[in-house]
Design a protein around this ligand. Structure first.
Ligand SMILES: CC(C)(COP(=O)([O-])OP(=O)([O-])OC[C@H]1O[C@@H](n2cnc3c(N)ncnc32)[C@H](O)[C@@H]1OP(=O)([O-])[O-])[C@@H](O)C(=O)NCCC(=O)NCCSC(=O)C[C@@](C)(O)CC(=O)[O-]
Length: 445
């Protein structure tokens, strides 16, 4: 059967840079180590005055379509995943198509457009929808444009403020893809949770500590479902494991638990037995608390082993290279983790073609999804085109006062007037309001 998957990726980062250790930590009276060592974050990317989820999505998409030599006629679907939508009826994909039609010949009038919502996991769900549409043979030779775009802002002084970020990831989904082919096997872990939600409000209500527990619980469920579904989870069989990355510290916590789960009853557990013993099994304990204490002790010891450190260094650490500089991009987060991992692998000259990735997506509320992807022969050329590191380096650093003002600019309830801090060039910009309250966009040469 023809492979279906990601044929191209482009990333657009918000143009402003808030340095967490140098600028944010002192203003919050915090030790910088909380951000850099604890959360694993160095800076956040934030949108300038003229940027929003539409401009970032349209700018990433324009670059992707141009690079792939495509016209609107080649696109049969535009799916946008976001949890920062400003419109409860008109999907963001229509705004994005409107932008692109300003610069491309033709239009997207025959493309099916929509918007996906399930917190951060909706980026992966949109990918899934596109995959299923092509697999069902309803695409008539056309490709799907899947975009994950968010401005992840929290209420000022919410603990989540440290993890903010803004950016978009545009992905082209097609037959015979150049980057990765998606597998059919999937695992889900899904439950009605109230850990992070936005009931008719722009900024989330968050129970941060609980959200971390829910993330871990749903990931575990998804992993077990994936295994029941025939999915292979032997840790040595994956070159990279991109996780949803609200902040790298969260992934550090998930990775050691995942590794413990996946080495159980494998030769890796046997080889480590001499050093740290075998994993505690519940049947060996009369008391659940004693069992859980033993598991905690084993996990801490496992995290200190060379076997774990080598595995983490090879499969997980490379996926964090973008997130640690840009923060949480919600729906785009796991997709920048994939791109970061592939970009690091390319730089190191790793041969990944034909090898597998295990992709672990998550959205609060809450649902985790796990699937495998196989890296395709064209991945090196595709990944070499990414310019996200240049974007990160050329962001405009902002001081705390500017940060406070820019947070207000993007706060739907605040009235503020601020001059942009950067000058747009060759990109779509927000250009004021239309007669029905719609946002308007224009292309700046
Ligand atoms: C995550 C919290 C709760 C943390 O906020 P907090 O409570 O202010 O931070 P903390 O005090 O727990 O410190 C964070 C870590 O830094 C350490 N630390 C402290 N000081 C230092 C120091 N000097 N030197 C070194 N380390 C230091 C500290 O020990 C801790 O590490 P841990 O104990 O957890 O390993 C907050 O940022 C938050 O509420 N974030 C938003 C929610 C979130 O990101 N949850 C993640 C899971 S849910 C998810 O991923 C879904 C999401 C959020 O993306 C939304 C969606 O799906 O739509």
């Amino acid at each position: 059967m023809t492979e279906v998957g990601i044929d191209g990726i482009e990333i657009w980062a918000g143009k402003l840079e808030l340095d967490l250790a140098e600028t944010f930590a002192p203003a919050q009276d915090d030790d910088p180590g909380k951000y850099t060592k604890g959360l694993g974050l160095y800076s956040s990317s934030l949108p300038d005055v003229y940027e929003d989820i539409v401009t970032m999505a349209a700018n990433a998409s324009k670059r992707l379509l141009e690079r792939k030599g495509l016209t609107p006629d080649d696109i049969g679907r535009i799916d946008v995943a976001t949890e920062s939508s400003f419109d409860k009826s008109k999907p963001i994909s229509t705004y994005v198509a409107g932008c692109l039609e300003q610069t491309f010949e033709g239009d997207f009038h025959h493309a099916n457009k929509g918007e996906r919502k399930f917190a951060c996991v909706s980026g992966t769900q949109a990918l899934d929808d596109a995959y299923n549409w092509i697999r069902a043979g309803r695409n008539r030779g056309r490709k799907a444009l899947v975009i994950a775009t968010d401005t992840a802002l929290y209420e000022r002084d919410d603990p989540g403020e440290a993890t903010q970020g803004a950016g978009a990831v545009a992905m082209l989904i097609d037959e015979d893809p150049d980057v990765t082919a998606l597998s059919d096997a999937q695992g889900f872990g899904s439950a009605d949770e109230t850990d992070f939600l936005k009931p008719n409000q722009q900024f989330p209500s968050v129970d941060g500590k609980r959200s971390m527990q829910v993330y871990l619980a749903r990931m575990r469920e998804a992993m077990m479902d994936f295994e029941r579904n025939g999915g292979d989870t032997h840790p040595d069989n994956f070159e990279l494991i991109p996780f949803h990355t609200p902040f790298p510290g969260m992934v550090r916590k998930a990775a050691v638990l995942g590794y413990r789960h996946c080495i159980r009853d494998t030769e890796i557990e046997d080889e480590l037995a001499e050093e740290i013993g075998r994993q505690p099994r519940p049947e060996a304990f009369d008391d659940e608390e004693e069992y859980l204490d033993a598991v905690k002790e084993y996990t801490e010891a496992l995290g200190e082993t060379d076997a774990y450190a080598d595995w983490y260094e090879r499969t997980v650490q490379p996926t964090l290279a973008i997130s640690e500089q840009v923060g949480n991009w919600y729906t785009g987060s796991v997709h920048i983790a994939r791109a970061a991992g592939l970009a690091e692998a390319l730089e190191e000259g790793r041969e990944l073609s034909g090898r597998d990735l295990l992709v672990a997506s998550y959205g609060s509320g809450a649902q985790a999804e796990i699937h495998a992807e196989t890296v395709q022969p064209g991945w090196e050329d595709e990944i070499a085109q990414l310019n996200i590191q240049e974007q990160i380096e050329s962001r405009e650093p902002i001081d705390f006062e500017q940060y406070e003002a820019i947070h207000d600019v993007h706060n739907h309830d605040a009235e503020t007037d601020m001059e942009p801090l950067t000058t747009p060039e060759g990109e779509f910009v927000f250009d004021g309001w239309g007669r029905m309250g719609e946002r308007k966009y224009t292309y700046v040469e």
